[in-house]
Design a protein around this ligand. Structure first.
Ligand code: FE2
Ligand code: FE2
Length: 169
């Protein structure tokens, strides 16, 4: 899962790229006209992608923005929304009742959709306007390093969960 470290490491660009698959999956997850199976499959893909996007974003861009008086509040709002999404994601994973699962996943999808919209329409353009390309490349580099690290951690967690599921009780 290593990422190619090219000159085009602008963090804004990297975040926009990361949002693309999330947005596609969100559309399916919130569309209750679609079969449960299709929405479940989308959710299975969405869950790890969200985590491996949100954590590096928090730990690079948001951390950076929180140091600046002018952007602190916006970054904190992002943190709060990430926290909520995380909580809702875990709840959905533990939900067996199909209707409740559908409700939880739909609300989660709408929350993340709104969050991504705000980032793309406000936070990222403003950040781009008030930063230098060199800063954005440095942050992009950090973002990719964090993403690699979190992807490995997630993969290890998956193996551990699987082993725990198969262990004799
Ligand atoms: Fe975010
Ligand atoms: Fe994002």
């Amino acid at each position: 899962m290593a990422h190619k470290h090219t000159a085009a490491e602008d963090i804004v660009q990297l975040i926009l790229e990361d949002h693309k698959p999330l947005k596609k999956l969100i559309k399916i997850m919130k569309d209750t006209d679609k079969d449960l199976e299709e929405r479940k499959a989308a959710f299975e893909q969405f869950a790890p992608l969200l985590v491996t996007h949100a954590k590096p974003e928090e730990q690079s861009l948001y951390v950076y923005m929180k140091k600046d008086e002018d952007t602190r509040e916006e970054a904190l709002e992002g943190d709060v929304e990430h926290g909520l999404a995380d909580q809702m994601l875990e709840e959905a994973k533990r939900t067996d009742d199909e209707d409740l699962w559908t409700a939880r996943v739909k609300v989660l999808a709408e929350l993340v959709e709104h969050h991504i919209e705000e980032e793309e329409e406000e936070l990222l353009p403003e950040f781009k306007k008030n930063s230098e390309p060199e800063e954005r490349r440095k942050l992009g580099h950090i973002f990719l390093r964090l993403k690699d690290k979190i992807e490995v951690e997630e993969a290890v967690q998956e193996v551990e969960d699987e082993m725990a599921a198969h262990a004799p009780h």
